[in-house]
Design a binder for this molecule. Sequence first.
Ligand SMILES: *[C@@H]1O[C@H](CO)[C@@H](O)[C@H](O)[C@H]1NC(C)=O
Ligand SMILES: *[C@@H]1O[C@H](CO)[C@@H](O)[C@H](O)[C@H]1NC(C)=O
Ligand SMILES: *[C@@H]1O[C@H](CO)[C@@H](O)[C@H](O)[C@H]1NC(C)=O
Length: 258
Amino acid sequence: LVMMSIMIYIQRLLVMLVWISAVTCLPSSVPHAWEEAAEEQCHCIPPLCPNSTGCLAGLVRDRCDCCLECGNIEGQPCDLDDSNNFYGRCGENLHCRVDIKDLGYGDIPEPQCVCQTQQALCGSDGKTYQNICKFKEAAHRNTSKELSIANDGPCQTVPQIKLPPQNQMNVTGKDVIFLCEVFSSPMALIEWKKDENELSLPGDDPHISVQSRGGPMKYELSSWLQIEGLTKEDVGTYHCVAHNKLGSVTAKASLIVF
Ligand SMILES: *[C@@H]1O[C@H](CO)[C@@H](O)[C@H](O)[C@H]1NC(C)=O
Ligand SMILES: *[C@@H]1O[C@H](CO)[C@@H](O)[C@H](O)[C@H]1NC(C)=O
Ligand SMILES: *[C@@H]1O[C@H](CO)[C@@H](O)[C@H](O)[C@H]1NC(C)=O
């Protein structure tokens, strides 16, 4: 009886082993076929690759890791998993990021290419570039001019007026505001002057006020001149004077009161 039960036990064990191997073998052949189909779509023949020229953010491998194509530039959408399946890969010095702080309620996060460093630099053309990616874009855009990096950080220059004050006219009793935006490194000081007067505003004039603050961009400065309750005496030319240790620059606007 003992021998019988041992034999039945072995028999069952064998049946079970056969069954397990059958089960584990069958489904595994299905993903294999699927993988082969996917690889077939990516048949790589390098001589047939198109020539990609004029790429602003350099070259990256395509979806099949085969041909080289243009990388996406800063601000363009991209595929978060670096798969290059839909939007494509970010170019050199860029990575794919979702900017969560810019998301509103219910917005779908949109990954986009962001420069890896946000350090400004000065080009040999005397222009300040926001980061290395913007610099490379400019260099790729115009290959005839040999653009190189003059120094890290912004170019040291006399201040540049980014947004000059606008001419204005209004009736007595109203308020006007002049705005002046300046880019400068080293940082500038902005003063407002009227006509040929040497004294800067507001002086002791209670209906004039001046306010300055940094921005809107890095290395920029914005200044507002406000005149409240216009009178005929306010007619004239208003100067926005920006100066640093390298020099000074002026932009002017006229005010007409009637
Ligand atoms: C790509 O450019 C090279 C040299 O500029 C040329 O020899 C080649 O035939 C081009 N290939 C294609 C697919 O246009
Ligand atoms: C490229 O740079 C050269 C030299 O600075 C300039 O003369 C030319 O106009 C530029 N071309 C473009 C398309 O910006
Ligand atoms: C005059 O100033 C007021 C604000 O004080 C402004 O709303 C209005 O548009 C101005 N008029 C003109 C002609 O600029």
